[in-house]
Every structure is written in structure tokens, then in C-alpha cells.
Design a protein around this ligand. Structure first.
Ligand SMILES: *[C@@H]1O[C@H](CO)[C@@H](O)[C@H](O)[C@H]1NC(C)=O
Ligand SMILES: *[C@@H]1O[C@H](CO)[C@@H](O)[C@H](O)[C@H]1NC(C)=O
Ligand SMILES: *[C@@H]1O[C@H](CO)[C@@H](O)[C@H](O)[C@H]1NC(C)=O
Ligand SMILES: *[C@@H]1O[C@H](CO)[C@@H](O)[C@H](O)[C@H]1NC(C)=O
Length: 251
């Protein structure tokens, strides 16, 4: 039984090699991309002597682009939400998408069809993700001009709406703040963009006397890999409370 299967498999490989059939080399869908941006999708195939009948592109199973060399013009495309094709930059193996939006995210596939007599078909697929990057800067809220020893420091680091959510980190004197100093992250759905969220990570801790011998260096960082990174820094003086300061003077 096993021997037979192996034999058929070897026979299959051998026939494939002899016939030189149409072959998909690679499908390339650069991802992720940002909203409003462009994406050049490509489908590399090797005809290996076959004649091309057509190349079709689909998004989530719906055809939006077709290249038929026998037609004049060879390109036709079918409008679809989020799929805007730049025909002038599209060919038998590339499709240029412009004005990407949330609706452009999805499963893209290309299908290459050979002509008579074999009518071979090969296809491949890849996912395209479209990110919404924050339209304004990361900000720190609630920061005071200076802090007294034994005072509670409570500040928010806020990243305007994004999709997906960012990874946010607070640093305190160049070290990642411990979890016990953090609250959140809290996410607020944006009224204007229900698919995006504003993210808040709060830093709150008691400015104990450990922090008395130098300024407080605060840094908040937001990352949406692999295309967005932002940081904001602030340095604040730590002073002794008025009563203790007087005592120190007296001594
Ligand atoms: C993507 O599309 C291809 C072709 O239509 C299909 O075979 C595949 O299962 C789809 N993948 C996902 C994850 O939906
Ligand atoms: C780009 O897409 C947005 C949202 O889908 C739309 O409002 C805008 O008119 C489009 N711009 C162009 C140049 O197609
Ligand atoms: C920080 O954000 C939380 C949640 O939105 C809010 O309740 C709080 O008032 C904010 N604090 C500061 C200091 O802005
Ligand atoms: C900060 O810690 C000190 C020492 O433990 C304590 O005396 C003080 O009340 C704390 N301050 C606040 C605001 O919790």
C-alpha cells in the first residue's frame, strides 16, 4: 500500500517535470500599509511555454481586476469598496491600489489561467492589513511644574485614535516603570472613527524620598509595529515639602 502511494507520487513529480506546466512563483502583498497610502500587489508566474489566457485578482473571493492579453485594452476592473485600482500602473503581473482605507484590508488572491489546450490554473493568496495611524502627537496630561517628596504623581500618556491599538510604555529615570506604578491602558472608541481607539496609559506613584536626589525623568513611548513609533519626554524637579525644607535649613 505504502509502496504504491510512493510510486504514484514519484510518477506525479516526474510527469510534472516533463510537462513544464504553468507555475506560480510568488504573490507579493506588502502589509501592513497605512490609510490613504498605496500598495503594489504582484503575482509572479512562470508560463513555462504555456500561453497566458488571463490573470484575475480577487479580494475576499470577489473579483476586482482582470488582465486578458487578447482584449483591447487588456485591463478591466470592477469597483469595490476600498479597492481603488490605478489602471495606468497595473499590468499582467501587478495591480496598484491607491487610497487605501479600512475597507481595503482583506484576503487578496491572484489566479493565473493558461490558454488552450491545457487550461491550467494556478493561484495564491495573502492578507493585506491597513492601519490607521494617529493623526496627532502623543501627549502627557496632568503633569505639574514640580513635585514634592511624598506627593502622588498622576499623569496620563494619551495616543490619539489608532487601529490597531498601540503598545505603550512609561519609563521613569530611564527604566521601564514597574506595573505597580501603572493604571490602564484604557481604550476610548473614537466617535469620529468607530474602528479606532484612543489609548491612555497612566503613571501614578508616590514621589518618595528615593527620588529626592535628582530630577524625575519621564518618558512615554507608543509603538504600532512595524510602522509607528513616537515618544515624549519630560523632566521635573523634586523638592522637599515646605515644612521639611525649613527644618533642613535650620539644621
Ligand atoms: C483567502 O482566499 C483564498 C482564495 O480565495 C482562499 O483559498 C483562502 O482560504 C482564503 N484565506 C482566508 C484566511 O480566508
Ligand atoms: C479616498 O477614500 C476616502 C474614504 O474612503 C474618500 O473619502 C476619498 O474621496 C478618496 N479619495 C480619492 C482621491 O479617491
Ligand atoms: C487620565 O485618564 C483617565 C481616563 O480617561 C481620566 O479619568 C483621568 O481624569 C485622566 N487623568 C489626567 C491626569 O488627565
Ligand atoms: C508617600 O509615601 C510616604 C512614605 O511611605 C507616606 O508618608 C506618604 O503619606 C505617601 N504619600 C501619599 C500621597 O500617599
Amino acid at each position: 500500500m505504502f509502496g504504491k502511494t510512493t510510486l504514484f507520487f514519484l510518477l506525479f513529480l516526474w510527469t510534472q517535470d516533463l510537462v513544464h506546466s504553468l507555475r506560480l512563483v510568488k504573490i507579493r502583498v506588502p502589509s501592513p500599509k497605512r490609510e490613504g497610502g498605496k500598495a503594489l500587489l504582484s503575482c509572479q508566474y512562470d508560463l513555462q511555454g504555456d500561453t497566458l489566457y488571463n490573470v484575475k485578482w480577487y479580494k475576499d473571493g470577489h473579483e476586482f481586476y482582470r488582465y486578458v492579453p487578447k482584449n483591447d485594452p487588456p485591463v478591466s476592473y470592477f469597483p469595490m469598496a476600498g479597492v481603488k485600482v490605478d489602471v495606468d500602473r497595473s499590468t499582467s503581473n501587478t495591480v496598484a491600489l491607491v487610497n487605501l482605507s479600512q475597507e481595503s484590508s482583506g484576503n487578496y488572491s491572484c489566479e493565473v489561467n493558461g490558454d488552450a489546450p491545457r487550461f491550467d490554473t494556478v493561484s495564491g493568496h495573502k492578507y493585506l492589513d491597513v492601519f490607521l495611524l494617529p493623526k496627532s502627537d502623543l501627549r502627557i496630561e496632568g503633569l505639574k511644574d514640580k513635585y514634592e517628596v511624598n506627593e502622588l504623581l498622576v499623569v496620563n500618556c494619551t495616543l490619539p485614535p489608532s487601529r490597531p491599538k498601540p503598545h505603550m510604555i512609561w519609563f521613569l529615570n530611564h527604566r521601564e516603570a514597574p506595573d505597580s506604578f501603572l493604571s490602564g491602558p484604557w481604550y476610548q472608541v473614537s466617535a469620529e472613527r468607530p474602528d479606532a481607539v484612543e489609548t491612555i496609559l497612566q503613571l501614578n506613584f508616590n514621589v518618595t524620598s528615593d527620588f529626592n536626589n535628582g530630577p524625575l525623568r519621564l518618558k512615554c513611548q507608543a509603538v504600532i509595529p512595524p510602522m509607528y513609533y513616537q515618544k515624549i519626554e519630560a523632566t521635573r524637579e523634586v523638592v522637599l515639602p515646605p515644612t521639611e525644607a525649613k527644618e533642613t535649613e535650620r539644621r
